[in-house]
Ligand binder design. Structure first.
Ligand code: ZN
Length: 463
């Protein structure tokens, strides 16, 4: 799928194209719930923990989805096992329709909808996908699911409701949209925002108040989750699942050392806003924050791992592009985010400088160990304005494990053997980092002391 973030995925070359080419007056594209079983089976075969949401089983399930386009009207219809209450509202920039629902188990492959919806070509060509450029669904917060429709053009919500079963049909969620003008759309989106609809969310799945730890706390942050899929490969591998599996394996490895307390920002397929991820690190008084991702690029030859730190100015265009994309995570889940401006007093500035020096130290340590064990990007240390790395007092890096768009990287990322080795390397980098920082890791066994890779006095000043 190229560099397109999955959160706003366009169509891939799909067999469905033929259907679009026919340009029928009414187009019905069905995604069969049975196919979901295939995704689960493939995931199981490669030892993946989660592909279909693994959060608490909800009693209501969605078993199939279809998009119907007729003239100015676009309908997105989910078959359900029960009727539920639905609430829809528009969001501008990017233009979306968000449908809030109680928690629903989506027994539908998460990527198929993106292949079934397709942008119109403009001119006189029929706009086969109607108003929907793509759509996504998944958990938004505990007990709360979302459907998000990315729009091709301004749309008005005609209805968003569930209908009881009829003789021939199961209960259905019907989201009906019709074309409208830009001003009406923006007025409706602004009104929804005033009522706080877009920001509505349950409390984060962050750990509750914990006894202060005498061990250094490491926060691992598997990127994306729930309704925010992250990137995806051409074969349907999804970033949010790959990075969760990696983070859980890494956490087990670090915990088994007995020297660290490890906190995960998520342990299941749930959406966590970026600011909440930062807050988890701050609340835990973390000594290190590692956000874990796996991107895609149009250029399939680009490969290997990259460590990103935060900076005001991006180190290069690629880093800037990636930060932009990762910073859209909240938007992908239908949230409005306002950038909090940073306070710049001298004390905070000193803290920030020290934090960034340690972030660089970890970045260099990780790169020096990773290059002997796994594939590194040709420019493996970069920086940009990642929102998730902005905890003032927590050394933070965003680690891109590799590219889902590169065949070799993808083979690695989906291999349990590779994960075993790679998590071992990362855990070694954590050991080395704390050895350099001289943080008391009380129960360090003599054989576990890692040689100092980078003397502290050589820690570079932050950008
Ligand atoms: Zn990501």
């Amino acid at each position: 799928m190229g560099e397109d973030a999955a959160w706003r995925a366009k169509a891939t070359g799909s067999p469905m194209r033929l259907a679009f080419a026919l340009a029928l007056p009414i187009l019905v594209l069905a995604v069969d719930g049975e196919a979901a079983g295939l995704v689960g089976a493939r995931a199981a075969s490669r030892g993946v923990v989660s592909t279909i949401p693994i959060s608490a089983p909800s009693s209501v399930a969605a078993t199939a989805v279809r998009l119907e386009v007729a003239g100015q009207t676009t309908k997105l219809i989910f078959d359900l096992t029960e009727i539920v209450e639905a609430h829809a509202f528009p969001l501008a920039n990017p233009d979306r329709i968000v449908v809030d629902l109680p928690e629903i188990a989506f027994r539908i492959p998460p990527l198929l909808p993106q292949a079934t919806a397709r942008r119109g070509r403009g001119g006189n060509a029929p706009n086969a996908s109607g108003l929907a450029a793509s759509y996504r669904f998944g958990q938004f917060a505990p007990g709360h699911s979302r459907v998000i429709i990315d729009l091709n053009a301004p749309a008005r919500i005609v209805r968003a409701e569930t209908q009881p079963a009829s003789e021939s049909q199961p209960p259905r969620l019907v989201v009906e949209l019709t074309a409208t003008d830009r001003q009406s759309f923006e007025t409706a989106a602004a009104a929804a925002n005033v009522f706080g609809l877009s920001a509505k969310k349950a409390p984060p799945a962050a750990p509750a108040i914990q006894a202060p730890s005498t061990k250094p706390v490491i926060v691992l942050d598997p990127g994306h989750g729930g309704v925010d899929l992250g990137a995806s490969s051409a074969h349907g591998d999804i970033e949010k699942d790959i990075v969760l599996d990696f983070a859980i394996a890494l956490a087990a490895k670090l915990e088994s050392r007995g020297r660290y307390k490890v906190v995960l920002t998520r342990r299941s397929d749930v959406f966590i806003p970026l600011t909440d991820r930062v807050q988890v690190a701050r609340d835990a008084n973390a000594a290190l924050f590692v956000s874990i991702h796996a991107d895609t690029l149009y250029e399939g030859h680009v490969q290997g791992a990259t460590v990103y730190t935060v900076s005001e100015r991006a180190s290069d265009a690629e880093a800037a592009r990636l930060a932009d994309k990762e910073n859209q995570s909240d938007a992908a889940a239908g949230m409005v985010t306002e950038d909090v401006s940073e306070v710049n007093d001298i004390l905070q500035d000193l803290t920030r400088r020290e934090t960034r020096a340690y972030s660089h130290m970890f970045s260099r340590t990780l790169v020096s160990l990773w290059k002997n064990a796994a594939r590194l990007n040709k420019n493996p240390q970069r920086s940009a304005g990642f929102r998730v790395l902005k905890a003032l007092d927590v050394p933070s890096v965003l680690f891109e494990l590799g590219y889902l768009s590169n065949a070799k990287d993808l083979a690695n990322l989906t291999s349990p053997e590779w994960r075993e080795k790679a998590t071992g390397t990362l855990a070694g980098a954590v050991d080395s980092f704390f050895a350099q920082r001289n943080i008391d890791t009380a129960t360090v066994s003599p054989d576990a002391v890692v040689k100092v890779a980078v003397p502290v006095d050589q820690v570079a000043a932050p950008h």
